[in-house]
Design a binder for this molecule. Structure first.
Ligand SMILES: Cc1ncc(COP(=O)(O)O)c(C=O)c1O
Length: 390
């Protein structure tokens, strides 16, 4: 066997090692310790009869390519794609569907995905049904002759409901449906949906993957090459690509994914426990808590519970007091950063949802979402306690 064949392949390594040694971590021309930023829109044809691998940065850019291969490796898929935002990744993937087709969607899906489906894709003739995916019979009942896809988000946003991924993907496959899953909350460190039968994994890489509240990006990974070719055509055709600079910055953040997720998850577990015993808190949503209805299923399909904890303080007034009294977390849209972020879904991520729909999905006026960062957990708890008692 040649020396080349004896070398361990990145795919054979454990997750923490893959994060650092993903194949493009050393520039082969200079030995530089990071992927170069190819800040070029176009590429010279040295030989017009032999076009270069990269010819125009919308169609392909070496820095973006390194990121796309990196996420495909982490998710265990065939092809990766990097987009200008999570919504660019999601909307481009939905355009695999055509007018007259129908998609089944997790009921309390991210507000932007809801907006895309109900105010943009519906105009193009793509129909959607939102369903509580914790109820498999309800999911099966939504199947129509024109159903072509299932879109899952688990844990869902912001009430952290759990969908049984393998069961839903197997059923979808039986009916020839494409399955897509938004894996933003878990990241491939905690959950790898392709191993459970999903066709396309999607990310708002703006969140845990980049991890520093300084990049807006989206990623998609297809389970097979054929789907990869179809998504590539859409990415190039729509031009929804991520820039070389942002691709580099995202890779920089991803290298510390495991270290960040481990720390934040440990803290989130403590925070959820503490909140569940707090007299000012009416309900806590975290799949790691005893009594969470999806805990058992989540534990079968994921390697951890993540770093997002939602809780209800009983009313909009109390939520607003809390938001004005906390001193450590950013009070902001978004999640998944080194600093903790406290969000108010009713007025932020889910503002696009009509109030009745929002309430029916458990996104009450008293619900807040805490994304736990890397601060000392005792300081975060102390800060939250004074704000809850205010
Ligand atoms: C679960 C989830 N999916 C998708 C998105 C959209 O991602 P982006 O804001 O990067 O477009 C978000 C953003 O908050 C999200 O939380």
């Amino acid at each position: 066997m040649s020396e080349e064949n004896n070398k361990p392949k990145p795919a054979d390594r454990r997750f923490a090692t893959k994060l650092l040694h993903f194949g493009a971590e050393i520039d082969e021309h200079t030995g530089a310790s990071s992927v170069p930023i190819f800040q070029a829109s176009t590429f010279h044809h040295h030989d017009i009869f032999n076009p270069p691998d990269f010819d125009y940065s919308r169609s392909g850019n070496p820095t973006r390519q390194a990121l796309e291969d990196y996420i495909a490796l982490l998710e265990g898929g065939a092809r990766g794609f990097a987009f200008a935002s999570g919504m660019a990744a999601i909307s481009t993937s939905f355009l695999l569907l055509s007018a007259g087709e129908h998609v089944i969607v997790t009921e309390d899906v991210y507000g932007g995905t809801y907006r895309l489906l109900t105010s943009i894709l519906d105009r193009l003739g793509i129909e959607s049904t939102f369903v509580d995916m914790t109820d498999f019979d309800a999911v099966k009942a939504t199947l129509k002759p024109n159903t072509k896809a299932v879109f899952m988000e688990t844990p869902s946003n912001p009430t952290l409901k759990i969908t049984n991924i393998a069961e839903t993907a197997a059923w979808a496959k039986e009916h020839g449906l494409l399955t897509m899953l938004d894996n933003t909350f878990m990241t491939p460190y905690h959950q790898r949906p392709i191993e459970l039968g999903v066709d396309i994994v999607l990310h708002s890489a703006t969140k845990f993957l980049s991890g520093h509240s300084d990049v807006l990006a989206g990623l998609a990974v297809t389970a097979d090459e054929n789907l990869g070719r179809r998504l590539k055509q859409l990415q190039n055709g729509l031009g929804t690509v991520l820039s070389a600079q942002e691709s580099w910055l995202l890779m920089r953040g991803m290298k510390t994914l495991q270290a960040r997720m481990e720390h934040s998850e440990r803290s989130a577990r403590r925070l959820a426990q503490w909140l569940s015993q707090h007299e000012e808190v009416k309900a806590v949503y975290y799949p790691g808590l005893e009594g969470h209805p999806g805990k058992e299923i989540h534990e079968k399909q994921s390697l951890g519970y993540g770093a997002v904890v939602s809780f209800d303080v009983g009313s909009g007034e109390r939520a607003k007091t809390l938001l004005s009294k906390v001193q450590l977390p950013l009070v902001a849209v978004s999640l998944g950063a080194v600093e903790s972020i406290l969000s108010y879904p009713a007025m932020m991520s889910h503002a696009a949802m009509p109030k009745e729909v929002r309430h029916a999905r458990g996104i009450t006026d008293g619900l807040v979402r805490y994304s736990v960062g890397l601060e000392d957990i005792d300081d975060l708890i102390g800060d939250l306690d004074q704000a809850l008692r205010a």
